[in-house]
Design a protein around this ligand. Structure first.
Ligand code: 5AD
Ligand code: SF4
Length: 437
């Protein structure tokens, strides 16, 4: 039996796409190898969001191509995902050993692409995008037995000026609600307890579907599925965070009190240049309304530092936004130029060392806030979905509804169930507690 190995870079969308590619290959009779060295088919599922991701991929590819020349073994290398879409045939000029180049909206045709490669002597490039992709139900080999990702939409129409995603994952397409609900019911029947709904901009779900189902309505339908205890979703665009969605988050008890709400900047001038279509005041107003409706919500965000034209005073407005919101966790990145994006044409690029300093300053401001937010849980009794042994191996581990990791002693027969855990201590990255009987 042939074996495969998938190396995944980037976001949860890619992780889930890798689960699907694994599912399709297993359905074709291939088995998974523990390492690339042991596999006859190697897939690199790539990311292009920042230049660093691109560099990481090319160095990994360089490391793997020598496997092709080993005697007595035929190895196929496929490059999938966003860089495959972005670079296409250009990948072959840097690494002629690559056999297949497959765009993110073409992976449902993986078995046919593999078969095509066997029929010819040159590489197969499939990046045209399958217009029916969002209707296709693909066998999926999930890495977790309790928590599952469910794609609800693909692509993005927002065209934030720094972002390459709309060019690589295409226009926004929503999956029909009936397909999504069927998938969630099937997951519940197989013992899954938590679903995370995935999309580049989940709040605008349904904008292009004929059944008229909106995102809050989709949440209600999934909420009705017996067996599913927790519902999460990523990512939300602040502009599309409607009053109706906030009300759904308040009213549907399976929808967890956690929201990743990328702000990107606290400066209105920079937000406009980024084409985000909200101001800092509008963002803060949404946060205020969210907290009114869901008081204990855990909020996280993405920030870009050093966007072209970002002056010290713009950056200080970002610091002010962080102070005003008080996020539980922050993901922050140095602006990276991406091919084809509108921001490339802007002048005033911020020097790298200055981006570095701003990034450090953001983290210095956030670090004590994250710790204080975690410590505020000490003494509380929280609902934990027990998902396994903790990394240290001596105790159990699980997550709060706010998605924070908690370690606590207990026997492994609790794995897969909900437990009430009293929080006794908190560090910067996780909480510690004890089970309340
Ligand atoms: N440079 C830096 N960060 C970026 N992001 C997206 N594009 C870029 C870029 N060109 C960040 C945004 C987004 C997150 C997924 O990645 O903050 O929310
Ligand atoms: Fe990129 Fe903006 Fe779409 Fe997010 S919403 S994927 S940042 S274009």
């Amino acid at each position: 039996m042939k074996s495969f190995h998938i190396i995944t870079f980037g976001c949860q969308m890619n992780e889930h796409d890798s689960e699907r590619m694994a599912g399709m290959l297993e359905a074709e009779g291939l088995s998974e190898a523990a390492s690339a060295e042991d596999a006859e088919v190697i897939i690199l599922n790539t990311c292009s969001i920042r230049e660093k991701a691109e560099q990481k991929f090319f160095s990994e590819l360089g490391r793997l191509t020598h496997l092709k020349s080993r005697e007595g073994k035929s190895v196929r290398i496929a490059v999938a995902g966003c860089l495959a879409q972005q670079e296409g045939a250009k990948i072959l000029s840097r690494a002629h050993q690559v056999d297949m180049i497959i765009g993110p909206s073409d992976i449902a045709r993986l078995p046919e692409i593999f078969a095509e490669r066997e029929r010819r002597s040159t590489a197969v490039i499939e990046t045209g995008g399958d217009p029916e992709y969002h209707h296709k139900l693909v066998p999926t080999r999930r890495t977790d037995g309790l928590k599952a990702w469910v794609s609800i939409m693909y692509g993005c129409d927002n065209f934030c000026t720094y972002c390459v995603v709309p060019y690589l994952r295409g226009r926004e397409r929503s999956r029909p609600a009936s397909d999504i609900v069927r998938e969630v019911k099937d997951l519940a029947a197989r013992g899954y307890r938590e679903v995370t709904l995935l999309g580049q901009n989940v709040n605008s779900y349904g904008r292009h579907v004929s059944d008229g189902c909106t995102f809050p309505e989709l949440l209600r339908q999934i909420h009705d599925v017996d067996g599913i205890e927790r519902i999460r979703f990523v990512t939300s665009h602040p502009r599309d965070l409607s009053g109706e969605l906030i009300a759904a988050m308040r009213d549907l008890n399976k929808v967890c009190e956690a929201l990743h709400l990328p702000a990107q900047s606290g400066s209105d001038r920079i937000l406009a240049a980024m084409n985000r279509r909200y101001t800092a005041a509008e963002y803060l107003d949404k946060v205020r309304r969210l907290r009114e409706a869901v008081p204990d919500i855990v909020l996280t965000t993405d920030i870009i530092v050093g966007f072209p034209g970002e002056e010290r005073q713009d950056f200080e407005q970002t610091l002010n936004l962080l102070r005003a919101v008080g996020y539980d966790t922050l993901f922050a990145f140095k602006y990276s130029r991406r091919p084809g994006t509108a921001a490339l044409r802007l002048g005033d690029h911020v020097p790298e060392p200055e981006k570095e300093r701003r990034l450090e300053e953001l983290f210095s401001l956030q670090r004590p806030v994250t710790l204080a937010k975690n410590q505020a849980h000490v003494g509380q009794t929280l609902e934990i979905l027990v998902d396994g042994k903790s990394k240290r191996g001596v105790s159990l581990s699980g997550r709060t509804r706010g998605n924070k990791v908690v370690n606590f002693p207990g026997s492994s027969d609790r794995i897969g169930s909900l437990a009430r855990v009293r929080i006794t201590a908190a560090g910067p990255n996780s909480l510690t507690g004890e089970i309340c009987e």
